[in-house]
Design a protein around this ligand. Structure first.
Ligand code: IPM
Ligand code: MN
Length: 365
């Protein structure tokens, strides 16, 4: 029996469209190696959508996302100059991305920091630090905290401009992300690092309290606590000690970029944003307007997001694994694109589409 899944494809800005082309080709290749077919529905989103429709997340796009089984999203965002042409609240991050996260309550953000031996040469860390590879999963709460808390901007009694941004969580939100983190740990090494700042923040005190309440449901998982600033240091000095890490929204934003630094590029950071009813998948990197249209961006983050979608939304574990392996084998053959590090100048540099060709061939082969 063949199955069919619908995908809303939001190509996004900058390098988004060129990465999306490769994603579609890979999905077509997956159709040939499985009994599944995909119905891909493109919709405008981000800066490009604003210039076309006057809204960064247009109603038509919402309708398409609502009916899709999953959403695949390219990077969004404009150059500093282009951004200034758009009212602050319609700029792609505030006008499209945060509303997308809120609409589908995609509270669980999975950001794999994955450095198998075939990618080791991209890491700026010393070989002895990354020896044996890195495979850790950062789990970032994605719809709470400072990002979605109350905001107030004004002038106080002394005539000074001020701003208040609140870091808000309730116990249900923390409970939900903790279960996600413990379940992920159960399927892996059963070691969970809890990243917090309870020496200063009350939000972390509640966070840790809820963790203590959830932990007994997962007695096999060993919990280790680490304060967020110390975690930043530890990630650089000894990233291999980590397996699953859980953290609130803003900590996760910052530490996951550090994860990209460990790998050598945010171009190596796919992600999954999962809600109770729907999930969307996106590279963790930006739209790189400076290199857009040149065909030099590596599609790995986008294709890795496809791999996460196959696994998490469509239950296609086998095909997902094959896609990861295909990408590993292409890097393993010394192939890269111009945007990634090539410290020794020994790699074969290909265009975005040629890199895609290689992945497709490996997937089919
Ligand atoms: C990310 C990005 C976003 C965030 C921006 C684009 C709003 O940096 O997904 O990490 O801060 O969450
Ligand atoms: Mn970020």
């Amino acid at each position: 029996m063949s199955k069919s899944f619908s995908i809303a494809l939001l190509e996004g800005d900058g390098i988004g469209p060129e990465l999306s082309v490769e994603a579609v080709r890979v999905l077509e290749a997956v159709e040939t190696i499985s009994d599944v077919s995909f119905d891909i529905m493109k919709a405008d989103f981000g800066g490009a959508a604003y210039f076309k429709h006057g809204q960064a997340f247009p109603e038509e796009t919402k309708a398409i996302c609502d009916k899709a089984d999953a959403i695949l999203k390219g990077p969004i965002g404009l150059s500093f100059e282009e951004s200034k042409k758009i009212p602050v609240d319609e700029q792609p991050e505030r006008g499209a991305l945060l509303p997308l996260r809120r609409r589908y309550n995609t509270f669980a953000n999975f950001r794999p920091v994955y450095l198998p031996p075939e990618l080791a040469h991209f890491s700026p860390l010393k070989p002895h630090v990354v020896e044996g590879g890195i495979d850790l999963m950062m789990i970032r709460e994605l719809v709470g905290g400072l990002y979605f808390g109350k905001k107030e901007v004004g002038v106080n009694a002394e005539g000074k401009r001020y701003v208040i941004e609140q870091l808000e969580y309730d116990e249900d939100q923390i409970n939900a992300i903790m279960h996600v983190a413990f379940k992920e740990s159960m399927g892996r090494k059963k070691v969970l690092h809890n990243v917090h700042k309870s020496n200063v923040l009350k939000s972390s005190v509640l966070w840790n309290e809820i963790l203590d309440e959830v932990a007994p449901e997962y007695p096999e998982v060993e919990v280790k606590h680490i304060i967020v600033d110390a975690a930043a240091t530890a990630l650089v000095i000894n990233p291999r000690q980590f397996d699953v890490m859980v953290m609130e929204n803003m900590f996760g934003d910052i530490l996951s970029d550090l994860g990209g630094g460990i790998l050598g590029s945010l171009g190596l950071m796919p992600s999954a944003c999962v809600g109770p009813d729907k999930a969307y998948y996106e590279p963790s990197h930006g739209s790189a307007p400076d290199i857009a249209g040149k065909g030099i961006a590596n599609p790995y983050s986008m294709l890795g997001s496809v791999a996460l979608m196959l696994d998490k939304s469509f239950g296609m574990k086998n095909e997902s694994r094959k896609l990861w392996d295909a990408m590993r084998s292409v890097f393993g053959a010394g192939i890269t694109t111009a945007d990634l590090r090539d410290p020794e100048g020994k790699l074969t540099i290909m265009k975005t589409s040629e890199f895609g060709d290689k992945v497709v061939a490996a997937l089919k082969g």
